[in-house]
Design a binder for this molecule. Sequence first.
Ligand code: ATP
Ligand code: MG
Length: 738
Amino acid sequence: MSVAVKKSPNFNERKSFKRPRPSWTHSNDDERRRKTPLRANGPLQNGNGYHKSPPTVLSSTGSRNKAEQISSSVPSSSIASSKSSPLQEQRSKLPIAKGKDALIQEFLEHDVTVLLGETGSGKTTQVPQYLLESGLARDGMIAVTQPRRVAATSLASRVAAEQNVTLGTSVGYSVRFDERFSPQTRIKYMTDGMIVRELMSDPLLSKYSVIIVDEAHERSLRTDILIANLKTIQRQRNGSQDVKGKGKNKVNATNPLKIIIMSATLDAEKFGRFFSGAKILYVQGRQHPVKIYHSSQGQVDYVDAAMRTFFQIHTDYPPGDVLIFLPGQEDIESLEKTIQIYVNQLPQDRMSVLICPMYAAQAAGQNSKVFVAPPANTRKCILATNIAETSITIPGVKYVIDTGKCKEKRYLARNTGGGFDTLLTRDITQSSAMQRAGRAGREGAGHCFRLYTVEAFKAMPLSAEPEIMRCSLSSSLLQLKCIGQDLETFELMDQPAEESMKSSLIVLYLLGALSLEKEITALGRQMAAFPLEPIYGRAIVASKEHGCTQEVLDIVSVLSASSKLFVESSEQREAVSEARRKFRHVCGDHLTILNVVRAYQEIARAEGKGNRKEWCRRHFLNERALLEASDIRDQLRQTCERVGIDHGVSCGDKDDPVIFSLGHGLVMNIAFLQPDGTYKQTIGQSIVKIHPSSVLCDKKIPAIVYDELVYTNQIYARGVSRIPKSFIVTLGALKQQS
Ligand SMILES: Nc1ncnc2c1ncn2[C@@H]1O[C@H](COP(=O)(O)OP(=O)(O)OP(=O)(O)O)[C@@H](O)[C@H]1O
Ligand SMILES: [Mg+2]
């Protein structure tokens, strides 16, 4: 979406900012929260064999609640007693600190605990440290899972600082293609995807004494799979005792497992039911208040409204950084440009503005810049997707602007197996709105400006539909098959749709990962060893047969990097096209990527850092993507060694072996040219066009293979190569399909 800049505001005189500002109604989120069923603070049902008692409220209000009775029965400990640095001071002031002893006692008594507490109360940073300091984790590790990598890495840094240790020693993290931990590590922040992957090598997760499933309200696919596994693992590790930990028949009592489920906005009863009898605890109190403002009218153009609200804050409110939530990268880039235009016109004597975009497709290093303090007299303006919504603390943020929109992944299943994931913009949920507001009250009182009305907030669903019910299951299905589990018969909190299950099974069968009897094949095991979508795992395995593993690894590494290789610039389209001409390959985008990688490797051998950077800039290439791809390639090479694939084998300048290997993986993504110039999928019914960013965009190719489909006003194939029809007919998958 673009924002037309009609009149530039004059910031010398505040009133001459001509565009109408959104008008606000003030409400107190805390008050509303008390009424919402998200908070399990009232008596819970006794039916269905769960929750025999109401949740325990841990507070410091002086009321005679259970928490206080408990804390008097265990030795009191003061966090700030031994170390009195400012960080320890801060720790001791967090709302959760007052319930520390009571919490430890509850964790000791219960094998499964559901812990609710206001955003910023100290759950994620403190609970692992309490467990460690109290000796509850024994000699095992404490895993803290996060749905997003930026949360895992930033929380690990914070907790390492609070523990006064170097990151990677006793406190570490593990996210895909990046990890910092050592044999000494006791607290490990990790993405839910990483711990699910560990199940393949250690099905009982025996290294961990405590597993904390954080931000469980997000119900990511991996979180759901983890939770289902934890239930069975705990039965095996703790014996047939009940979740209160009081059973007698302990099978492996030397290494029992404790499970803690945490969030600020969670349907505690649902989790309690799943773990039949889990203890529900509520940590009362918020460290800092957040004042919520709703716009008095709905905003048609949320990007424009966000821009106006930002300048309203910048001109009217005291210093403090601003965090703006937008649905996706395009809106972020559009708003960045608009804000920058106005910022350039700010008078010299006014506080300057530093804009920091933050979205998943940016390289990890780029996202970590938002955590760095801005120069003096500068207000940071962070433009983020929902990757900044939960868990993290961005120091300095005092104001949040919430557009009320997000992008959600949805799998359009086809029972032929030709389904695909799409990203759709939609309204957020109440739970997201509360999490977003919570980012403003971390270091002091904050303000949250919602660009939607109170009525719109009330009309929002409480929480999002679990991801398992709306996205592709192939990768998880394959991982579970490796450990002998069957997603179809698995005891999950919510069952996925039958259609997407069927579609994913077909994909795996056509890739050769499953037999007709749905058993995992040797090929499937090799594919699953790679931390990639099965399609790319299949391409790497096929590269062994075609003698081109070096080339396929180079291409797959770039495709797996979190940022795009090619920098697009609509204003300089001609210049971009000219600069990239020399990399263009007649076969299409995959071999074009390979040309770029090879050219960059040559430059890197011959030139210093500065010249490499300049070379990338001249060719509109994103060096971060190339650097990240190089790390990914190193890790994929290690996996190749483990599964017996020689990663040094190269096919030189031959094109076909590379395309054929990719074709084995992307077998679901093949389409034939039709007389009208569009393409029809060979598996699946969709009619697609080649994406304008492809080097084959204006060409008519009899058959194409592509990385993905993107859904805008029509369906586009992105990352496209030509593929000989003669090869396609040899593909086993297509024969099996017919
Ligand atoms: N990187 C950081 N820089 C400064 N303060 C921090 C940082 N991380 C945490 N804090 C402080 O610690 C408090 C507790 O953070 P923590 O992440 O443990 O809260 P939480 O209860 O898990 O919140 P949420 O529900 O939002 O995840 C924050 O409100 C903030 O005051
Ligand atoms: Mg947290």
